[in-house]
Structure formats: structure tokens, C-alpha cells
Design a protein around this ligand. Structure first.
Ligand SMILES: Cc1cc2nc3c(=O)[nH]c(=O)nc-3n(C[C@H](O)[C@H](O)[C@H](O)COP(=O)(O)OP(=O)(O)OC[C@H]3O[C@@H](n4cnc5c(N)ncnc54)[C@H](O)[C@@H]3O)c2cc1C
Length: 455
């Protein structure tokens, strides 16, 4: 029997495809990277089906690329060497919400919107950290790429919120990791050997995660947005230090857009939350007082007339602020997500503007401060999808931003294959060898999303 027939035997003929029209969609994403080739797309429903597909692929040396929402924009779910795209969207059960121990156990295809809506309806006092990404992206895909959501400035990146997972190795073993390996409660990751790290940040190159337990957090009743602005780029690190020193934030962005004029400043967007109105007022007052005193006063202004549309965008979860940056009106958008030390922000700020201007783009920033230790500095580029030159320029701008990121001592988050190679060139050679050893042990036939994390 041919491969299509064998896959159809596992998932049923309606859940596998090799038609040109469907493969077209799976061979590209909405970023600026080049399309790839896909031979089959397959949508499993159970962990046993995932296992059977992997055993088949491993036996026949067919590459497998796991896919959640497919929205990293950096072509991480576009196969580099053809083969199977394993689309997880049919595995969409919310298996358990444990209120007291505050976690959600979800299958790999559960979308951000589905979990959010379910919690809102059934557990309104709890929330999960929701990324700014489109609502159909998966909870699991996001956590596995070390994504960050609307409470990450307060609680940390989303991969830190993982309690454990069920994962299928390319050789077919189904493993449970975290407290779920010794207990029926998926409430904690340790104290155990910290195995989730074998699957976090690996871009699906070590196995397929079928279930994941994610921490939930208290959802305060009140929320509000405040904005402050300055033109002193050099003072950004000190301002971030003072803002985070207050320890009162829920969410925290730095934004700038060269158009309209009033946004052409460094703008601090601070989201505060609380369970009592007085608590919210106290927090807002504290930020105002802090900035009044900052560097002797007069450096940072409070924006008391934040336009309602912008205010709403940051009040919403997810905020979708990046949508504002479609200056080209062609719907294309990609960014280098630089994870930078906070003191390198002024240098990156100036470089990003230079790169945008070099390629005739309007500079637009949405950066998110992650706890008080680092920043996701987005070198954002919008482009017209119908214009090949524009797309090519975006790829060049991304590459330059990747290099600047590394020069500044940062790392590229969810980087495309080119960015991964740049990072591996800079990486300690023994660390590169360790990465290869781990990969070879878990995926001896090299079938999992090949091309990624290869030196
Ligand atoms: C406008 C916009 C704004 C964004 N803002 C944010 C933001 O604020 N925060 C943020 O974190 N991200 C953001 N993103 C980036 C990205 O969309 C999200 O991180 C998204 O959550 C990724 O999830 P996904 O389901 O699309 O993952 P995918 O793209 O499907 O997968 C990501 C990687 O994980 C692997 N993978 C997926 N599922 C599995 C699995 N079950 N087992 C093993 N490997 C798997 C894939 O092979 C791939 O390498 C944004 C994107 C856009 C377009």
C-alpha cells in the first residue's frame, strides 16, 4: 500500500490529504519566508493515531512537521524537506480545569480563543496567559515556542507555566512528563528531572506533544490602561527598572509608531489590575507619582487623552496591537522577536529605526517587558504580500535585525531557520554538540521537522 493509503488507514480517508489545493495552504505561512514543499497533511484525533503516524514515518524515513495554528510567521511549520505536516487541530479537548490547583490540561489542538472562552464561561475567576497572536493559535504551540502573553510581565513567559505534558517520541513511545508521570494531578513540573525542556524551544524536532498542563492564574475584576511618553530613548532602561520596581503591573508594553505624529515617541503602556477599585486607583496613583519624581521630574509625561481605539486595543485580551502596523496595506507582517537584556534597548531602538528607513518602511514598535528581567523587542516589518520586492526587503530587514540582536547579546525568539543557524554559529561549540546529541537520542532517524536547529 502507498503512504497515502497507510495514513488513511490510521486517521481515516477524510483526515489525510495530498491534493494540490490543500498542500498549497500548508506550504506557506503569513510571514515573509519562502514557501516549502508538503507531500501529505494529516490530522490525527488521538494519541494512538499520533503514535502510529510517527512509527510509520520513522520506519520509512519520512519527515514530520507538527503544526498547531501555524502562526509564528517564521515558517517553523513549513517543511524544509517535504514529508508530512501533522496538523493537531482535531485534538481539541479541554480535558480538565483544576480550579483549586489552578491548571488546565488541554490537548494539542486547543486554541487560545477556545480556552479563554471556556474559562470565561465556567471558571471566570481564572485566566491563562494569552498571547497577542490571532485567537486560533494553539495554547500548546505557543507554550512550546516560549511565547508570552498578557500576564507575562507579571508571571513570566508561557513555557515557565508548563506543569507537564504527554509526548509521543518519533520512535513511538508515549511518555508523560511532570507530576502527571507519577500522579493523576498535573499540578507541578517538579521536583523531578526537568524533562519538559527536551520539548520546549525545539520547534517540534524532538517529539509531538499531545497534551499539556498549563498553570492558570487569578483573574482580577478590574483592569485599566495607562500611558506615559518620553523622547529620551537613553532613559528607557531606568524607566523600566522603576516601573517594575513598583511590582504592580499586569501587562507592560513599549510602543512607538512614526505615524501618526503623536505616536512618534517612546510610549510606556502600563496595564494595572485589581480586585477593588481602591486597589486600582492606588496602583495608578503610584505610577504617576513615580514618574513625577523620575530623574528629578519632567522627563516622562502622563498621556491622559489616550485615543479610545488604542486604549481599547490594550484593554482587550488578546490586545492585537500589532494589527495597527499594516502601513503597506498588503496584510504582510513579520518580526524579529529579539529577547534582549533591558539595558540594550536604546541601542536596539535606534538600529531598528535605521533598518526600517533603509528599506523604505515606517518604523513601528510593540515590545513587551517580560517580568523585570528581559524584553521581547519586536523589530516589526509590514509588507505588501502582492509585492515580491517588498517581501524580499522584509527578509533582508529580518536578517539584519537578527544580526543586531546577537551583536547586542540577545537571542532571536522563534527564529526562522536562518536565525537558528546564526545563533548556533555564536553558540558555545560544546552546547551545539549537546543539542545534536539530545536530538540524535530522541530522533535517531532525523524525521522531526528537519532543518531546524541544525548547525
Ligand atoms: C499579529 C501577531 C502577534 C503575535 N503576538 C504574539 C505574542 O504576543 N506572544 C507570543 O507568544 N506570540 C505571538 N505571536 C507569534 C505566534 O503566533 C504565537 O506564538 C502562536 O501562539 C504560536 O502558536 P501556533 O499554534 O501558531 O504554533 P505553530 O506555529 O503551529 O508551531 C510553533 C512551533 O511549535 C511546533 N509545534 C506546534 N505544535 C506542536 C506539538 N503539539 N508538538 C510538538 N511541536 C509542536 C511547530 O512544529 C513549530 O515549530 C504573534 C503572531 C502574530 C501573527
Amino acid at each position: 500500500m502507498d503512504i497515502f493509503g497507510l495514513l488513511a488507514n490510521i486517521v481515516g480517508p477524510d483526515n489525510v490529504s495530498n491534493t494540490e489545493e490543500e498542500l498549497f495552504f500548508y506550504s506557506r505561512d503569513s510571514g515573509a519566508q519562502l514557501p516549502g514543499n508538503v507531500d501529505y497533511v494529516v490530522l490525527p484525533k488521538t494519541v494512538e493515531q499520533v503514535r502510529d503516524i510517527l512509527v510509520l514515518a520513522n520506519d520509512k524515513y519520512i519527515p514530520v512537521t507538527p503544526m498547531g495554528g501555524g502562526f509564528t510567521l517564521s515558517a517553523l511549520v513549513i517543511p524544509n524537506r517535504g514529508g508530512i505536516v501533522m496538523d493537531m487541530k482535531r485534538m481539541d479537548n479541554i480535558i480538565e480545569i483544576n480550579e483549586i490547583n489552578r491548571y488546565a490540561l488541554v490537548e494539542a489542538g486547543v486554541s487560545q480563543a477556545a480556552l479563554r472562552a471556556y474559562l470565561k464561561k465556567n471558571h471566570p475567576r481564572l485566566q491563562h496567559s494569552t498571547p497577542e497572536a490571532p485567537p486560533m493559535v494553539t495554547v500548546v504551540g505557543n507554550a512550546l515556542i516560549q511565547g508570552h502573553g498578557h500576564i507575562s510581565p507579571r508571571y513570566g513567559v508561557n513555557s515557565d507555566m508548563i506543569n507537564g505534558m504527554e509526548v509521543v517520541l518519533p520512535t513511538g513511545e508515549i511518555c508523560r512528563i511532570g507530576s502527571g508521570s507519577v500522579s493523576t494531578d498535573w499540578f507541578t513540573r517538579g521536583p523531578l528531572p526537568d524533562l519538559p525542556g527536551l520539548f520546549i524551544g525545539w520547534f517540534g524536532t524532538t517529539g509531538v506533544v499531545t497534551k499539556l498542563s498549563l498553570k492558570l492564574y487569578p483573574k482580577p475584576i478590574y483592569r485599566d490602561v495607562m500611558a506615559f511618553s518620553t523622547d529620551d530613548v537613553e532613559s528607557i532602561p531606568d524607566a523600566i527598572f522603576e516601573i517594575t520596581q513598583l511590582d504592580m503591573l499586569e501587562d507592560f508594553f513599549l510602543i512607538m509608531q512614526e505615524k501618526p505624529d503623536w505616536m512618534n515617541h517612546v510610549i510606556f503602556i502600563i496595564v494595572v489590575s485589581g480586585n477593588f477599585e481602591e486597589e486600582l486607583e492606588l496602583k495608578k496613583r503610584s505610577f504617576k507619582t513615580m514618574f513625577k519624581k523620575f530623574k528629578g521630574g519632567g522627563k516622562v509625561e502622563y498621556i491622559d487623552d489616550l485615543p479610545p481605539a488604542l486604549r481599547k486595543r490594550f484593554m482587550d485580551v488578546p490586545p492585537l496591537a500589532a494589527l495597527a502596523a499594516d502601513f503597506r496595506k498588503g496584510g504582510g507582517f513579520e518580526y524579529t522577536g529579539a529577547i534582549l537584556p533591558i539595558d540594550k534597548v536604546p541601542a536596539a531602538w535606534k538600529k531598528g529605526i535605521e533598518i526600517s528607513h533603509k528599506y523604505g518602511m515606517v518604523c513601528s514598535y510593540v515590545h513587551q517587558v517580560l517580568t523585570c528581567h528581559s524584553i521581547m523587542f519586536g523589530f516589526n516589518y509590514s509588507f505588501n504580500r502582492a509585492d515580491p520586492v517588498d517581501i524580499e526587503n522584509t527578509r533582508k530587514a529580518i536578517e539584519e535585525s537578527n544580526r543586531i540582536t546577537l551583536e547586542l547579546g540577545g537571542m532571536v525568539w522563534k527564529g526562522e531557520v536562518g536565525a537558528q543557524k546564526l545563533m548556533m554559529q555564536k553558540m558555545d561549540p560544546n552546547t551545539v554538540k549537546l543539542v545534536q546529541k539530545v536530538k540524535k537520542t530522541l530522533d535517531p532517524n532525523g524525521i522531526m521537522n528537519p532543518g531546524n536547529w541544525e548547525p
